[in-house]
Structures are given as structure tokens and as C-alpha cells.
Design a protein around this ligand. Structure first.
Ligand code: FES
Length: 523
């Protein structure tokens, strides 16, 4: 360490390593947020790697700054290292580097405090990572003493090129899909195409439909039938994880077309990593409209069913901590979420039901996660479930599925940015806008038509040959989702929060209307 140039070498090396690590971290983060990496089963460790790269970057930047002060030639003071424009040596480029350091500090700090910060704020700070890429590239290109050498040029071009490519991919996937992609396989009239296809197809797309066989049925609780479906003809590729079924993510549901003509949606409740079957659980409802009753009375192993999807409007977003609240059969999407989480992710489950015998998968979950589950069986308790005491001072992302009373009471206690709900039944919604005819243009189909005041937009689309798929027709399943090009919708569905739909520019034409008289749809 007494060598006169040792600090000089270390400061150059640490700067380059920091630049490379930061670029890898940002590229990794971008890929994680695109469909490319989301196809991987369990992204928990991948997200951790993203954080570790960011942390290592900060350590390398710190080393770079310290060794700048130790170097005998530059002799930076602490002020020159920490305060922009204090140094006489290349003041502007050095200032850009210092600025990049502070932005990086903010990004890393906000990630450490992610559980305590409003999600939108954290996201806003995190997007500043893009700014650090630009600042660091300018700083490195302007102040780097190796700038003229061939190897430095190759390194710089690789890092800047890699980062630019990742940003372009991010922008393209965002603008084409309008949202972070979900696990969907899709079918056009000509057949099934892979999940990446909708972004480029530019044509109306419907969720994939396949014929599946009931492999097994069993009772998961009183009146709850667990059903395993496998593709007709089996999977290709040799077993779990390599089967022919599409990739899906927790929160996804499939639509069963029943022989009695009804279509019903059921959440997938198995392990998303197992690709050779779909697991669902069906509650026989007391006032069945024919769906659950038919399933309980008629479904037997060997029967075939048309199954479409999966679709997902209840995606599990990355978070360091989760609280799951399930009521009765609402456990199904929650179980898949739990299955998908890495061992050390923090989560708790509040599971409520009428009695233990009616609560599907309860024994299995309690056995596997004895310390993480709070059970509230009404027949064992005198008091009502006290959600308020369970969510006090809580910073976790909350995922809730179950009866409307449970969901609305939970939602009333949790800040909206932490709350995620999935509804099985439509919430009654009314519009302030009087029902009126709407001029609808379907841009890609090049068709224009008028939707009568007493007709749904979906019905009019079907009547005009627009290839849109409707299933529940109550604004619950999300199957009929279309993107809006022009016009303002009146959302009357229960699929997701209105602000999310507005940011994605989507609507559900089976129930939703328009504020004005015109609507242009991207279909
Ligand atoms: S058909 Fe289910 S939301 Fe429109």
C-alpha cells in the first residue's frame, strides 16, 4: 500500500467496477419488470440480486471517493469529493459524478425503506436510476483518464449500449402492452401464439382456449371441491415445470366452459412453478346459478372441459412484506401467492371462515406455516374478526380476497397504495352519466357503429363482428378488456381500481359506458 500509485489504480478500478455494477443492476431491474424475466417461476432471488448489485455499486463508489482523497497526485479533499463545483479539476464532470452519487444514495436508501415509504414515492425515486446512468456515463466519459484507450472505449460502449438497449426494451414493452405484462397465452383466430405476441400482433386477441381433462377431484373442505386439470393428450417436455401449459402468476384465473353452456372463472391455487396441470377449488354456493352446482354434481375424472386463460388482474407485486387476508374460498388465489414466495420473504395470512371444516387447505397451510397464519373460525370465536388490530402500524402490501364485507372492511383500514383486492362478485355501481347512445369506433377492425342506450358496448361489438371475448358479462372476470384510444369511459366494473384502469387506458365493455358520445377502441 505504500506504492505511490496504488490508490490511483484502486480509484480507477473501483470507478469502473461501480459503473459496471450499476449498469448491470439497472439492466437487471429493467428486465425484472418486463415480460422477459417475469416468465421465470419465482423472481424473489432475482429481485434480491438486483438489490445486491445496487448495494455493491454504492460500496464501490464509496471506495472510489475515499481513494480519490488518498491518491497523492489528485489529493481531493473531502469537500471536493462531496460538494459539486468545489474542485478546480474538471469541475463540471466531477460535479456530475457527485450528483450521480447522491441520486444513487437516494435510490438505495428508498429501497431499504421500501416498507415504510408510499409505493408511488418509492417508484418515483427508483426511476431516478435512469438519471444516474446518464450522469455516470457523462462523468466517466469526461473525467476518465483512460478515455482514449481502446479497452476503455470497448467497456464504455458495452455499458452504455447495454443500458440503452434495456431502456428501449422497457419503453417498448410498456408502450405496447400499456402495463406490466401478465402471464397470458393468447389466441388469434389462427391459433395460439406465445405470451409475447400481443405486443406485436396489433390485432384483436383473445385468451387462449384449450381442451383439458379432469385428472382428479377431491373435497378440500365442506362444499369445496379441489380439481386438477391436465391438457388433453398430456404435456410435452417430460413433467412438472416443462409442460405445455402457459406460464401463469399468482392471482391468475381460468375460465371453464361447462357442458351446460355456462362459463365460470376460478382462481388457480396450485404452485405456479408446476406447469403440467392447473389446480382450482370450487365452492358449491348456496344460491348457485348453475355453475358450482353443476361442477359438484357432474365433474368426474376423465371429463373434458374447454378452459381459457389464464388471465390475471390480481398480480402479486414485488414487496418485502405481505399481509394476505382470505375469507372462505378467497383463499384460492392467496394460496398460489404464498406458494410462489421465497422462504425468507416476510408474510402473514389472516384466514377467516365460518368453521374450520369449511376452510379449504387450512390443515395443509397450518402444517407448513404454523407461525404465519392467524385463523378466525366464526364458530370458535365469540367476537368478530378484528382486522383493525391486525393491520395497525403495518407497512406490508395487503392482498385480500373473500366476501365483500371482509374486503371492504379491510380496504377501509389500509392505505389504497398498499391494498389489492380481487372480487368474485360484481359490486353494484351506478353512473352519474345518463345512459345515452355512443358512437364506437374499433380502430383496428375499421368498424364504426352506434351502441344503443339500452345495449352494452360488448353486445354491440359482438353484433358487429368484433372479435372480443366476453365471459362473466358482469364486469368481474376481466376477459373483455379493451384499450381506449380516444374518449373517456365510465367504469362500472369490479375488475380493478379505476385509477389503475385509467393509467392503463383500458375498460371493460360488458358493463362500462362512456362520458361523451364517442369512444375509439384499440381493437
Ligand atoms: S366479460 Fe367479464 S369483465 Fe367483461
Amino acid at each position: 500500500m505504500n506504492q505511490p500509485h496504488i490508490w490511483w489504480y484502486i480509484t480507477r478500478a473501483s470507478a469502473l467496477i461501480a459503473w459496471a455494477l450499476m449498469t448491470f443492476s439497472v439492466v437487471w431491474g429493467i428486465l425484472l419488470s418486463t415480460r422477459i424475466m417475469r416468465r421465470i417461476d419465482n423472481p424473489g432471488w432475482l429481485r434480491d440480486l438486483h438489490s445486491y448489485l445496487g448495494g455493491l455499486t454504492l460500496i464501490m463508489v464509496g471506495l472510489h471517493m475515499v481513494t480519490l482523497m488518498l491518491d497523492q497526485w489528485l489529493k481531493f479533499s473531502i469537500g471536493e469529493v462531496l460538494v459539486p463545483f468545489v474542485t478546480d479539476f474538471k469541475a463540471l464532470p466531477v460535479a456530475l459524478g457527485i450528483l450521480a452519487f447522491y441520486v444513487l444514495l437516494a435510490v438505495q436508501g428508498s429501497s431499504l425503506l421500501i416498507a415504510r415509504l408510499p409505493r408511488k414515492f418509492w417508484k418515483g425515486v427508483h426511476y431516478a436510476s435512469y438519471a444516474t446512468l446518464i450522469l455516470v456515463a457523462l462523468h466517466a466519459g469526461w473525467t476518465g483518464t483512460d478515455v482514449g484507450s481502446l479497452w476503455y472505449k470497448i467497456v464504455a460502449i458495452t455499458l452504455i449500449g447495454g443500458a440503452t438497449a434495456a431502456v428501449v426494451i422497457r419503453v417498448l414493452t410498456r408502450s405496447r402492452t400499456g402495463r406490466a405484462p401478465t402471464a397470458k397465452a393468447w389466441t388469434h383466430k389462427s391459433g395460439t401464439i406465445p405470451a409475447v405476441a400481443p405486443a406485436v400482433a396489433g390485432a384483436p386477441l383473445l385468451p387462449a382456449t384449450r381442451t383439458m381433462v379432469v385428472a382428479s377431484t377431491s373435497m378440500a373442505a365442506d362444499a369445496v371441491m379441489a380439481i386438477r386439470l391436465v391438457p388433453l393428450g398430456g404435456t410435452t417436455g417430460g413433467g412438472a415445470g416443462t409442460g405445455a401449459l402457459p406460464v401463469w402468476y399468482p392471482g391468475a384465473h381460468i375460465t371453464l366452459s361447462l357442458p351446460n353452456g355456462l362459463q365460470r372463472q376460478y382462481s388457480l391455487c396450485g404452485d405456479p412453478a408446476e406447469r403440467d396441470h392447473f389446480d382450482i377449488a370450487v365452492l358449491k354456493t348456496r344460491h348457485s346459478e348453475g355453475g358450482s352446482e353443476f361442477i359438484h354434481a357432474n365433474l368426474t375424472p376423465g371429463m373434458t372441459l374447454e378452459v381459457s386463460g389464464p388471465l390475471n388482474h390480481f398480480e402479486l407485486e414485488p414487496a418485502s412484506e405481505y399481509l394476505f387476508v382470505a375469507g372462505g374460498i378467497g383463499i384460492t388465489p392467496i394460496k398460489a401467492m404464498i406458494e410462489s414466495l421465497p422462504e425468507r420473504r416476510q408474510w402473514r395470512l389472516i384466514y377467516a371462515g365460518r368453521s374450520r371444516t369449511t376452510m379449504a387447505f387450512l390443515g395443509e397451510l397450518e402444517k407448513r406455516y404454523p407461525d404465519r397464519i392467524t385463523v378466525h373460525a366464526s364458530d370458535e370465536q365469540d367476537a368478530e374478526l378484528d382486522i383493525a388490530s391486525l393491520v395497525v402500524d403495518m407497512h406490508a402490501q395487503v392482498y385480500c380476497c373473500g366476501p365483500e364485507s371482509l374486503m371492504s372492511s379491510t380496504a377501509a383500514l389500509v392505505p389504497p397504495e398498499q391494498m389489492h383486492l380481487e372480487r368474485f362478485v360484481a359490486v353494484e355501481r351506478t353512473s352519474d352519466v345518463a345512459a345515452q347512445p355512443i358512437d364506437v369506433t374499433c380502430r383496428k377492425s375499421k368498424k364504426e357503429f352506434v351502441v344503443g342506450a339500452d345495449q352494452s358496448i360488448l353486445e354491440a361489438m359482438e353484433a358487429n363482428g368484433i372479435p372480443v371475448l366476453g365471459s362473466c358479462r358482469k364486469g368481474v372476470c376481466g376477459t373483455c378488456e379493451v384499450r381506449i384510444v380516444e374518449g373517456e369511459p365510465v367504469h362500472l366494473d369490479s375488475v380493478m381500481p379505476d385509477d389503475e384502469k385509467d393509467s392503463l387506458r383500458v375498460m371493460y365493455p360488458c358493463v362500462s359506458r362512456a362520458v361523451g358520445k364517442e369512444l375509439v377502441l384499440d381493437i
